[in-house]
Ligand binder design. Sequence first.
Ligand SMILES: [Ca+2]
Length: 184
Amino acid sequence: MLQRILNDFTISFCLIVSIFIINITSVTAAILTVDTLADEEADNGKCSLREAITNVNGGDQSGSTDCPAGDPSAADTISFSVTGTITLVAMLPAVTQDLTIVGPGAASLIISGNTANRVLRISSGVNAVVQNLTIADGLVTGTGGGGIYNQGNLTVANCVMINNKDSGASGAGGAIFNDGGIVP
Ligand SMILES: [Ca+2]
């Protein structure tokens, strides 16, 4: 009788462990935490926003080993452990894989195009979410979308868009230019 109880207990315990492992392994999306305000691609132990986006796009660490690898089979998340302003030295890489970029709050994190660069571009077919941050000082000349150029399925939530411009003759979509994409 005691042996029977022990056997039953062992089987139950194994089932619980198995379910736990299955739950752990089914969560595959990567979370990449940006821990520097610098717009850099140096192998310096700091994960920049530029490096993180490249890793998400590649589903690997092609941007930098300073950031975790992107997951090629799931929608990844980029978050921030820093507050302040990221001043871009060039347009960020176009986002080509499903991605959520979530800041610590629109008053706490600004991504600035430095009145010289577009800030974000979302490629066709990509589901992108941008939330809790400010996109400022994006600039293009005639191509639209100084802040964000969207060809995908873009959700913008709790963001501030400020001083983003298209200085071209048409001047279309200074903050967000929607080129065949969807902005719900
Ligand atoms: Ca780095």
